[in-house]
Write a protein that binds this ligand. Structure first.
Ligand code: GLA
Length: 405
């Protein structure tokens, strides 16, 4: 009898640690995918989600690395008499399981949204008090990604609420990426690396380059405003746990092509999750070109998972650096001003030290080949100073590849 009990305990412990392990290894590079919210808000349906999955494949986005198709708010309408969550039958007549199966059949992963509070931000039923029931349903449906919001959470504590859901997801046993969305209020970067795979660092992104949209009690933020809020957080990001400066607004019409390009480049430099938020069916060639730039994506997805940092800022021109694998670096000149900036940058004279990663970009000791990530041109090497113009609200994004001696 005793032996049986011991074996049972060993079995339970082994199962829990296997599922915790499954959970931990899910986002070793920043998650990439598409989410319905930025473009469609509550206007979601199974047709829209299926089309997004189809487009993800036909546009080559899946092959470029985008994996998750996530339905944000408004797919859910009520709870049944047993407390189980019910999808809107008019918009999702085939049910969520069939939709997840469809997304999976396209070689993609399927994600969903809920909220730690009693109601979602759009007023649909939230997860509070139904955590295990929901986690169980998600596992049954084959949900691979959960974004968990923070509306209607009066009296709740972020750490406790997200820990509880994380635990329930692990117990439900299906590997699932857990995206924490409490907008940075409790500094999740300080506590959430064991709880989830990514955490929002700010309020919602606005569809603009440099603006603040004030609402009563909160603001939405443009790209550069969010960028400025990411400083001093890079030590918390790494394989399996990422700072999330919110989803992409590329292709949503609020920014110029230059600004969209700068937005994508900076999210790549930040090792941010890359969740496209546009209408994939009606995507312009420029938007497609930005979202599928494989050299930019390689910078974002670099296996070292080191978040980039601002090395220098002068007169509206910023220089950002991101250490990459195999001794390489990404260097991004970001022009935030309204004027064209002319760069004359001497690599040899500018030794760039990154104390966090303990790496030094020292062109007097090592030589790097330079590639322009957007024009795809080879720009020589770091033995010569770099001369280039950067348009207003645009970037010069470079990959420096170490020349082996
Ligand atoms: C919050 C989140 C957004 C989105 C909406 C949905 O504002 O931060 O990303 O999920 O809720 O209602």
């Amino acid at each position: 009898m005793k032996m049986k009990k011991i074996l049972l305990v060993i079995f339970v412990l082994a199962t829990v640690s296997v599922s915790a392990q499954k959970f931990q290894d899910l986002a070793m590079t920043p998650p990439m995918g598409w989410n319905s919210w930025n473009k469609f808000q509550c206007n979601v349906s199974e047709i829209l989600i299926k089309e997004a999955a189809d487009e993800m494949v036909s546009t080559g986005m899946r092959d470029a690395g985008y994996q998750y198709i996530v339905i944000d708010d408004c797919w859910q309408i009520k709870r049944d008499s047993m407390g189980f969550i019910v999808a809107d039958p008019e918009r999702f007549p085939s049910g969520i399981k069939a939709l997840a199966d469809y997304v999976h059949s396209k070689g993609l992963k399927f994600g969903i949204y809920s909220c730690a509070g009693t109601k979602t931000c759009a007023g649909r039923p939230g997860g509070r008090g139904h955590e295990f029931q929901d986690a169980y349903m998600y596992a049954k449906w084959g949900v691979d990604y959960l974004k968990y919001d923070w509306c209607s959470s009066d009296g709740q504590n972020q750490k406790e609420s997200y820990r509880l859901m994380s635990q329930m997801l692990k117990e439900a046993g299906h590997p699932i990426v857990f995206s924490i969305c409490e907008w940075g209020g409790s500094k999740p970067w300080e506590w959430a690396s064991e709880v989830g795979h990514l955490w929002r660092t700010t309020g919602d992104i606005a569809n603009c380059f440099d603006c603040e949209q004030k609402h009563s009690g909160y603001s939405n933020w443009g790209v550069t405003r969010i960028l400025d809020m990411q400083i001093d957080m890079r030590q918390y990001a790494g394989p399996g746990h990422w700072n999330d400066p919110d989803m992409l607004q590329i292709g949503n019409g609020g920014m110029t092509v230059n600004e969209d390009r700068a937005h994508f480049s900076m999210w790549c430099m930040l090792a941010a999750p890359l969740m496209a938020g546009n209408d994939l069916k009606n995507m312009s060639p420029q938007t497609h070109n930005i979202l599928t730039n494989i050299d930019a994506i390689d910078i974002n997805q670099d296996a070292k998972g080191i978040q980039g940092f601002k090395f220098k800022s002068e007169d509206g021109l910023e220089i950002w650096l991101k250490p990459l694998s195999a001794g390489d670096w990404a260097v991004c000149f970001l022009n935030r001003s309204v004027d064209i900036k002319t760069i004359d940058f001497d690599w040899i004279k500018n030794k760039m030290n990154d104390e966090f990663s303990k790496r030094i970009l020292d062109a007097s000791v090592e030589t790097f080949k330079i590639k322009d990530v957007w024009t795809k041109k080879e720009l020589g090497d770091t033995q010569k100073p770099l001369n280039a113009d950067v348009l207003s609200h645009d970037v010069l994004l470079l990959r420096l590849s170490l020349v082996k001696k």
